[in-house]
Unconditional design. Structure first.
Lengths: 501, 501
């Protein structure tokens, strides 16, 4: 039943037109990546714009992808000692002002509530750009001794940041779905372990569930979260060679615990300021799935998170409609019982070819065609969305075959993305080459960096590229990238530069 | 691990004080119901106030109750053909103005965003008091023919309504967690069936899962949802005799489809306006659980939705700590494998008695004490939270016994609440008696009503009571309540009046 609603809320594809060309993706992915992206979002039935700038509505099919991602991450966070809570979306100005640097970082993007009904409020309320300030103003009530630590809480909510630049569904929106996790620790070491544990959980989610390879490491001081000691990040490469930040995990040190007076009595009964972390991923991951895996025909979803994993198309004529549909539904029931999310497209008003096209746009990982001959032979025809490969398998080995195909798809998607990442990543030691590469927007550049923010700023101004990540693995520093790409002084770090979303 | 965080974020109870009296509920439930309620919310670790009026934070233990309720309802909604989506929380003023009556109903409570950063917005944005207007401005994009119907979507989000009156956690807040469901249908009959199907789903949730009896029926025209043809409601009685509206399901007729132009082509290819419903429940249900089931010692949670269903307290001395704790944990593992949510309280810094007190406040349905003698006898001691009854059971019948006890608790909670509801519900045919009863705030009054809003308004002014529900079952109309309680004209309806939260 769920799938029925998901399937019937995509008017663009199902009702107004029957011409294959019009309902398909008409913008060429290689010519106009951005236009192609917008078409995939619209025609796969993921989201709609509303009239206010930068805001989108998630349609059931788009939200179901978010639910899949959320449920997998939520389970993992609970297993590792985190609990969820709820925070209001409005934050009094005075609370936001407590940590000045932090607030300044968000100020230009903050939406302000000034009135309720016709009355002006005594104090302006900010729509949360993030919840550190609000939550940390409460933490002193929750924490008094080491026995209350570690405290690990998480919030599935939205953040609101007025977007002035051009907006893009899932990538740059004035309100976006995310999770924000916050922890408090009795020691610096424990906070550091937490930061890395979360990064590892994110890496596992993004690489093994979403099939997107990542590069992990630190943000530069310029790019770190405002108020953090340091920020760790996961960067991914989109199909056009641009970078997308996929998740971040921040070590806040005691930068918030001091202004917000988050203290605890240690085992020796002395009062100390606590150590904190915060971290988040957002629906950007859906944007990344599109920009990494989707093709000219539409979305391609990794099987683990696909709202519909298997679409069954009964192929029938007037004389065998009943028996073919019965078999299709009995196959559906069998697959549902095996735990798969399956939908049978029984609609008479569309041809099989039209249906193929629609479910391709929606990125359903495998399609099963079932017709008279399949019933007679006790076989089914399986078509992979990612490769279009067809294979006929006996019904008797259903579970083994589906599991194997899903595993292969998950893996192939990752391998293809990793291949692109490698192809479009260059080691560069000459700034002229750097500029040339960046002008062609050719992907990631690995190079040496002196550590001076001035070089970073100049490079950004001259090429549009910034430091995406200072990778944890710094092996090139001792090999061949010993000098700063910009000033030629001794390199302190290996950096990965790219243009980014 | 989840339970650990839930258990360690309740500083009030666990760290600052060890005096049983101070950590327990000190306000008498019968003397000061409202003060008692606030203490239960605070000391059970459910929620905290923030500085902005009417806003609360849900602590992990409070949010986990909401998660339980949400997951159960979400599953049921998906099984009955509903899918979830996401809506922004900001609504442009022009959209809100499209259905004037509807908007007027919410206007005094609307929070307005007027600025982002330091810039004034071109158009004011309202924080959603409810999402009809925003969503229905998009529906014409999603619907063109009968094939797109029924459309059934649901949103788990918050609604924002600036509370001017006195606020109360879970009952009256400026932002509250809820779900709002919206459906579109091709026929009036189908919309009516939908309204009643949802009411039935709610009734099942509230009565069978939360153990709270309800009275179902229609709201009067005065009390219905602004913009609806009619509103159906579930009313519950709190322990103090006041009513609480627990959920509503609205038939919107074509009141929104006309201004928002939600049309579809019917099977005869003629254009028609669609029929709509909307419906919701909120975290009020948590407030209801407290006000119906909790006692002088604190919360009492129905087992199905309790975040921790079983608390195990190892009873040990220095010489047997290890073996008792090992046995407690092995019991925990056994119960976890059976699917129960269990936590072992191993903390050495507190006495067993102190722990009993704490988990009683938190309303954990059953406590298992395990000591040396239990280990030797292969037994455990089970204590019910609701009745404090103790029983010793053999380990070998664990599953059967726990299931049976949980079933009994769920049922006993309902039976007790139903008993109170019956005791505090009176049939009244004389207005003097009506006033006397209401002045003593003695519960629900069943009486005849002529159907005139004037009588309804006068009664409200004179007694503080309003029509909570016009019950579906109207049997008293033909029995003995043939006249309006106020004007004495012929009664058109049987109404239930009460003071309400």
């Amino acid at each position: 039943m769920k799938d029925k609603t998901i399937a019937t809320t995509n008017k663009t594809n199902t009702t107004t037109t029957t011409n294959k060309k019009e309902t398909g993706i008409t913008v060429n992915k290689n010519d106009d990546f951005s236009g192609w992206f917008s078409q995939v979002v619209e025609k796969a039935g993921l989201a709609d714009h509303i009239s206010a700038k930068g805001f989108i509505i998630l349609k059931p099919y788009g939200y179901a992808i978010w639910e899949s991602i959320r449920d997998i991450l939520d389970k993992k966070l609970k297993e590792t000692g985190h609990s969820n809570g709820f925070l209001p979306c409005l934050i009094p100005e005075s609370i936001l002002n407590k940590e000045e640097d932090h607030f300044k970082g968000f100020n230009p993007e903050v939406f302000w509530v000034t009135h309720s009904g016709n009355s002006e409020l005594n104090e302006k309320l900010a729509l949360r750009p993030t919840s550190e300030a609000l939550l940390y103003s409460i933490f002193p009530k929750w924490i008094s001794s080491y026995r209350d630590l570690p405290l690990r809480v998480n919030f599935w909510n939205t953040a609101l940041r007025a977007e002035i630049k051009s907006t893009k569904p899932f990538i740059r929106n004035s309100e976006f779905l995310w999770q924000e996790g916050h922890t408090v620790h009795a020691s610096k070491d424990e906070a550091e372990d937490q930061v890395l544990m979360i990064l590892d959980i994110y890496k596992n989610l993004i690489e093994n569930i979403l099939s997107i390879p990542t590069i992990t490491g630190y943000k530069s001081n310029k790019e770190k979260f405002v108020g953090a000691d340091y920020t760790t990040t996961l960067e991914g490469m989109m199909h056009d060679g641009k970078a997308l930040q996929l998740g971040t995990s921040h070590n806040l040190g005691r930068n918030f615990s001091k202004p917000f007076e988050i203290k605890f009595l240690n085992r020796e009964n002395n009062e100390e300021f606590a150590w904190q972390t915060s971290w988040g991923i957002s629906w950007r991951l859906i944007g990344a799935i599109i920009m990494v895996h989707a093709d000219q025909q539409g979305l391609i979803l990794p099987p683990i998170i696909a709202p519909i994993q298997i679409i069954i198309i009964p192929i029938y004529k007037n004389n065998n409609e009943k028996i073919v549909k019965e078999n299709a539904n009995s196959l559906k029931n069998k697959l549902s019982q095996l735990g798969y999310r399956v939908f049978v497209d029984e609609r008479n008003e569309y041809t099989a070819g039209w249906k193929y096209n629609e479910w391709e746009i929606k990125g359903v990982p495998i399609r099963i065609n079932i017709g008279q001959r399949d019933i007679e032979n006790n076989t089914i025809e399986i078509v992979r969305r990612d490769t279009k490969q067809k294979q006929v398998i006996p019904l008797i080995q259903l579970k083994e075959n589906i599991e194997k195909i899903f595993g292969t798809i998950q893996n192939d998607l990752f391998v293809n993305a990793e291949k692109l990442l490698k192809e479009k990543t260059k080691k560069v030691s000459d700034y002229k080459e750097f500029k040339k590469t960046m002008n062609n927007a050719e992907g990631f550049i690995i190079c040496g960096w002196c550590g001076d923010e001035k070089c970073e700023v100049n490079i950004k101004e001259e090429t549009g590229a910034d430091i995406r990540v200072l990778p944890f693995v710094q092996k090139e520093l001792n090999e061949n990238l010993k000098n700063c790409i910009y000033c030629n002084n001794k390199a302190e770090k290996i950096a990965i530069f790219a243009r980014a979303y």
